[in-house]
Design a protein around this ligand. Structure first.
Ligand code: ADE
Length: 243
C-alpha cells in the first residue's frame, strides 16, 4: 500500500511514523509512505502557504495553489491516488470500518490542514473524502493523519505479527476488548480471574466473550446495535437488560 502525506510539519509526521508497528512496516517494505513538505510546492521566495480570509475574520487560511501543485507532482511521480483524504473536524467520523475500507485501496493521499482551515477549492477539486478522528479540535491534521495511517497500516497483511491479535481487537467484532492479564497471577492483592489460569480453553473463550459484551453494554451500548453477535450473545444481552 502507498500513502503520501502533505503537511507543513514533515518532521513531526516522520517522527510519528518512525517507531513501532508502522516504523517496522515501512522498513520492511510492507507499506510505502512518503511525507511531503507543502512549502516545497510554493513558488515565492518565502514559501508562504497561508493568506488572510476573504470576508475578513480571525486567523489565516491555507492557500490552494501549493496543494494543487503537490497533488499534481504526487500523481506524476507516484501515480494517480485512489483516495485523497482531507483531515478536518468537519469530516465523517473515522472508524474501524473506515480503516478496513481504506486498506482495500492501493494508494492514499492525506492532506493536513493548519490555521483556520484550507481554501474550500482544495476540498471541492482535490479531496475525495474528509475524515474526522473525533469531536474535538486539534491544531492541525498531522495527528489525525498519523492516527489514520496507524489504524490502516496494522490491517495490511503481515504488518501485525499475530493476525489473530488484529481479529481480537476492540471494534473488529464491533465490541470493546475484554480485559487482559499477564504474570504474576496475583499482584497488589489482586488475583487474575481463576478461569484464565484454569487451562479450560472453552471456558476461557466464554469468559472473554462475556467480558467483552459486559464492557460494551456498560460503556458503549451504542455499539451493540451493529456488533456481530451470535444467538447466545443476544440471549445473554436480553437477560442482562432484564436483570
Ligand atoms: N484537524 C483538527 N482537528 C481534527 C480532528 N478532530 N479530526 C481530523 N482533523 C482535524
Amino acid at each position: 500500500m502507498k500513502v503520501d502525506i502533505i503537511t507543513i510539519f514533515p518532521r513531526m509526521v516522520e517522527a510519528g511514523l518512525a517507531e513501532g508497528v508502522v516504523g517496522r512496516a515501512r522498513t520492511g517494505g510492507l507499506i510505502d509512505i512518503v511525507v511531503h513538505n507543502l512549502r516545497d510546492f510554493t513558488t515565492d521566495k518565502h514559501h508562504v502557504v497561508d493568506d488572510v480570509p476573504f470576508g475578513g475574520g480571525p486567523g489565516m487560511v491555507m492557500k490552494p495553489e501549493p496543494f494543487f501543485a503537490a497533488l499534481a507532482a504526487i500523481s506524476e511521480r507516484r501515480g494517480t491516488p485512489d483516495a485523497v483524504v482531507m483531515l478536518t473536524p468537519a469530516g465523517v467520523p473515522f472508524t474501524q470500518a473506515g480503516a478496513r475500507r481504506l486498506v482495500g485501496l492501493g494508494h492514499l493521499v492525506l492532506l493536513c490542514g493548519r490555521y483556520e482551515g484550507i481554501d474550500e477549492r482544495v476540498r471541492e477539486a482535490l479531496a475525495t473524502e474528509e475524515l474526522s478522528i473525533g469531536d474535538y479540535v486539534l491544531s492541525g491534521g498531522e495527528i489525525p493523519a498519523l492516527a489514520v495511517v496507524d489504524a490502516v497500516a496494522r490491517l495490511v497483511p503481515g504488518v501485525v505479527g499475530d493476525e489473530q491479535s488484529v481479529d481480537a481487537d476492540s471494534f473488529t467484532r464491533g465490541l470493546l476488548d475484554y480485559p487482559h492479564y499477564t504474570r504474576p497471577a496475583e499482584f497488589a492483592g489482586r488475583p487474575v480471574p481463576g478461569v484464565l489460569v484454569s487451562g479450560h480453553h472453552g471456558e476461557i473463550r466464554r469468559w472473554r466473550r462475556n467480558a467483552a459484551l459486559e464492557r460494551t453494554a456498560e460503556r458503549r451500548p451504542d455499539l451493540l446495535a451493529d456488533a456481530a453477535l451470535d444467538a447466545d450473545e443476544h440471549e445473554w444481552l436480553s437477560k442482562r437488560s432484564k436483570s
